[in-house]
Each structure stands twice: as C-alpha cells, then as structure tokens.
Write a protein that binds this ligand. Structure first.
Ligand code: PEP
Ligand code: MN
Length: 337
C-alpha cells in the first residue's frame, strides 16, 4: 500500500501517520518526492481498510498494491480447483451442464425433468425449493417440502441435485438434502449466508450479483473460502445495464477475467441473462468459447405451465439439440461434453 501525502505536509503530521502504521504492526517507509512525500507500507494490508488512513487530513490518496482477495486468487493458489460432486468433476477438462426447472413445483414435475435430463446424459439437475421473487405475490417455492422431493428424486433416479438457499437458517437442512448449494444473485453479498456456506462440506455455486463488480464477486467467494469451504464454483448470470432488450447483459468478459484471476471453476447461466429462450443457445456457445467450465440452464418438461421463468426455460428437445451443437465447440476448446 502506498500513502500519498498532500503537498506541504508538516513533519509532525508525517510522524503521526508513521506511528499509526506501526501500531497496526506494519512497516512504514517514507520517501521524499519532488512535490510531495509518500509512505510505502510494508506487510500484508489486505485486512486494512484504506479508508481509515484516507480520512487523515494530510493524506491525499491511498493506493493498494495487493489485491484485496487472497484465497480466491491464482497468485496464492496456482493450481486449478476441481470441484468433485459424485462422479462429476467441475473445473477440469470436462464441460459440465447443470440443467433443470427454475422451481420445484411437484414431485411429478421434478421426476419427469430428472428422467428427461438423465436420458440426455446430464448428471446434475437444478431445481429451486426457495424462490427469490421480485413480487411477494408470485410463487414463492415449496420450501422444505421441495427439498424432500428433490432428495427423493435424487435417490430414485441417481441424479445429483442442486438448489438455492436464501436463508441462513436453511443452509444445514438443504445441505442434508442436496449435492450442491447455490447462492443466488440477490444474495451474493448476504455475508452471513456466505459465512454459513463456508461451514458446510458441500460445494457451493455462487452467482454474481446483478449489480456487482467482478472484484466484489471475488470478495464474496473469498468469504466462503475464508470460512473453510474450498469448493466454490463461480457463476456469471448477467448484469444490469442500460439495455432492456433482454433480461440482463451476459458479461462474458467477466468469465475470461475470472478464469485469469482465480483458480475456481467458472460456469455461466445463460437463462437468467437472456430471460427468453431464443438467445440461450448462442449465449451458451459463446460461454464455451470464452473458457467457461460449464453451464447452468433452465429446462422445464412443459415450459408453458412453469410456475416461474417459463419464457426462458428450454423445451426438452431444445436442450438436447443444444448439447449436440455445443459438442464441437467444446472439442475445439479441449473440453469433453
Ligand atoms: C435461479 O437460478 O433460479 C435464480 C433465481 O437466478 P439468479 O439468482 O441468478 O437471479
Ligand atoms: Mn429462474
């Protein structure tokens, strides 16, 4: 960290800043510049809030040298993290497609979806029991009842299952019922939830908040990692921009950047980015090409009857077709699908 002092800063003011830095267990080194003095702060300052120092009167600016995240960064951990779920590995040379309905609506619906997916060779099914809906009058999900359905379908079909958790109080029970837990976009900075996710021994899919920067996204992953869970999968799902022609803007640059900056697997949810099934195949193909490790896609046995996100849910035959179209692109990228 470098502290830039205002021109004309008096020696006694410099001494105060130096003292403060020492009190924090860090080493200050003062440099005389032509126009102003700067203080280099040596030591691990990731847990220092530069704002505290920034608020000192004689300080003009504080420049961080170290990245604020450590556990998620490639600098700290150069080997790729490969998340294992049952016999599936995410983050290696396999391209993993996780698909299924937006919500759990009934046992029959989930069972039907699981059978369709299994037939296509998909091994992990998504389906949400807890639903973060914009309107309190929309379908709110089946809750714990839904988790039980998911577990039953898992046992009967052998499918691995993935679901969203919105509330800290549901983390434990969800972890007992499913193979992967998901933090939804709206909860990316629910820090208590992230801490709880850090304490379970199930992989976590962390979705990017629709208004979160890449740095904030990585810092959210850092919370889970710092609390002990190393099996974090990042998921880009589109961000809010001025564009209204689709639900969100899929930030493929973020996927490339996350792959460069972190060792964690990165998957893409084209469904919530698109909001409409028509452009999902194109977004999915682009995701493979940009280096994603997998996809999280909504597929409903009968999208017209879906209780949530029907318009963006693929019909079963569309998903089957998409898988066929993705294969040559995966091959070109050195990935197996
Ligand atoms: C979902 O995956 O069902 C969902 C609600 O997505 P997001 O959190 O990305 O909006
Ligand atoms: Mn949905």
């Amino acid at each position: 960290m470098i502290i830039v002092l205002k021109p004309g800063t008096k020696q006694e003011e410099i001494d105060k800043v130096v003292e403060l830095i020492k009190e924090k267990g860090l080493k200050p080194v003062v440099f005389d510049g032509v126009e102003r003095k700067v203080i280099h702060v040596l030591g691990d300052v990731r847990d220092e809030t530069p704002n505290g120092i920034k608020s000192i009167d004689c300080v003009e600016n504080v420049v961080r040298i170290l990245k604020p995240y450590k556990l998620a960064s490639k600098e700290h951990h150069s080997q790729k993290t490969i998340v294992k779920v049952g016999d599936v590995s995410i983050g290696n040379s396999d391209f993993v497609v996780i698909a299924g309905p937006c919500s759990i609506e009934s046992e029959e619906q989930v069972m039907e979806a699981a059978k369709i997916l299994k037939e296509m060779g998909i091994k992990i099914m998504r389906a949400s029991a807890f639903k973060p809906r914009t309107s309190p009058y929309s379908f709110q999900g089946m809750g714990i009842e839904g988790l039980k359905i998911l577990k039953k379908v898992r046992e009967e079909t052998g499918m691995l299952v993935e679901t969203e958790v919105m509330d800290v109080r549901d983390v434990k029970i969800a972890a007992e019922h499913v193979d992967i837990l998901r933090v939804g976009a709206r909860n990316m900075q629910n820090f208590d939830l992230l801490k709880e996710m850090g304490k379970i021994d199930k992989p976590v899919i962390l979705k990017r908040g629709m208004c979160a920067t890449v740095k904030e996204f990585i810092m959210a992953a850092e919370y889970i990692l710092a609390n002990g869970n190393k099996n974090v999968i990042l998921c880009e799902r589109g961000i809010r921009t001025f564009e209204t022609a689709y639900r969100n803007t899929l930030d493929l640059s973020a996927v490339a950047l996350l792959k460069k900056e972190t060792h964690l697997p990165v998957i893409v949810d084209p469904s919530h980015a698109a909001g409409n099934r028509d452009i999902i195949p194109a977004l999915s193909k682009a995701s493979v090409a940009v280096g994603a490790d997998g996809l999280l896609i909504e597929m409903h046995p009968n999208p017209e009857k879906a209780k949530s996100d029907g318009a963006q849910s693929l019909f079963p035959h569309q998903l089957a077709q998409l898988l066929g179209e993705l294969r040559p692109i995966c091959n070109a990228m050195g990935k197996n699908l």
